[in-house]
Each structure stands twice: as C-alpha cells, then as structure tokens.
Ligand binder design. Structure first.
Ligand code: THU
Length: 160
C-alpha cells in the first residue's frame, strides 16, 4: 500500500496587494456581473480573462428556463475568447459573484465543468492560467494554475 498526499497552494492577497493588471481584471469581473442573465438563481457571476496581448475579455452566467442549457460565466468568457482570438493565450482569470445586494463574502471557485475546460486551455496553449477568486472581505484567493486545483485530472494524455 502506498499513500499519496496531494497539496494545493492558494495565496490570499488583499486587493491592494494585487498588481495593477490583476486589479483591472478583478474590477472587470465585478463589473460584468451586472450583465449576467440569472433570473433563476439570482446569483450573478462575472469572469474576466487576461489574454497574452493584454486584452481583457469578460463573460457572465447566462441561465435558461431549461436549467442545464445555461452556461457559467467562466465558460462564456473562455469560449468567446477562444472563438475570437484563438492565437492568444489566456494568462489569467478573475471570478467574482454578486448575490443578495453585495459581492459574495465567500470566494467563488470555478465549477467542475469550467475547471475541465480551463485545464484544456492550459494544455492547448501550454501555459498556466492564473486563477483569481474575489471576495468582498478584501481578499483575493490566487491559484497559480487550473491544473494545481485539479490533481489527477482527466485530459487528452489519456488517449495516448
Ligand atoms: N455559476 C457560474 O457562472 N460560475 C461558477 O463558478 C459557479 C456557478 C453560475 C451557474 C448558475 O447560473 C449560477 O451561478 C448558480 O449556480
């Protein structure tokens, strides 16, 4: 028998400790929550991506009466970025959520399906995507990559 201990590093910064571009990304994620279409959950999520040329792409959750047909903020942003700018790496993603009149005090971490999509972005572009998760407690939780949040993940290497 052997045991494997997997560790994940998350660094928690205050907003002020973030770099200028990280602040811009967080601000964009917060701002775009206002364009979310979330009449069912009322949970408005914003995602902002930093592309390698410095462009910021935003997306928000888009719900539907047939619930599974909706899409999370992160995938809305990633699929738009990859469809419009396939030659640009995605360097970072900021996520924020607005609920019950305020930004959430708990971090919003990308769901499993969004993680899987972001994992493939990392392998497609051979480059980590830094994940920044905002809370209204003046804290930004930062993971260096999506793969660091997904130990033992399934990816295209399985087909080899
Ligand atoms: N949602 C996101 O957009 N991103 C996440 O990381 C978590 C959940 C959306 C899906 C749904 O529209 C609403 O938030 C409530 O789950």
């Amino acid at each position: 028998m052997k045991q494997i201990n997997l560790t994940t590093k998350i660094t928690v910064y205050s907003y002020e400790e973030c770099t200028d571009i990280e602040k811009k990304l967080i601000d964009a994620a917060k701002q775009t929550t206002s364009n979310a279409y979330a009449p069912y959950s009322k949970f408005k999520v914003g995602a902002a991506l930093l592309l390698s040329d410095g462009k910021i792409i935003t997306g928000n959750n888009q719900e539907n009466a047939a619930y599974p047909s909706g899409l999370c903020a992160e995938r809305t942003a990633v699929f738009y970025a990859n469809s419009q700018f396939p030659d640009q790496k995605i360097e970072a993603l900021a996520v924020a959520a607005y609920y019950n009149g305020d930004f959430t005090s708990e971090l919003v971490s990308p769901c499993g399906s969004c993680r899987q999509v972001l994992l493939e972005v990392e392998s497609r572009y051979q480059s980590p995507v830094k994940i920044l998760m905002y809370t209204n407690q003046n804290e930004v939780y930062v993971a260096d990559s999506m793969s660091s949040l997904m130990p033992l993940s399934f990816d295209e290497k399985a087909f080899k």
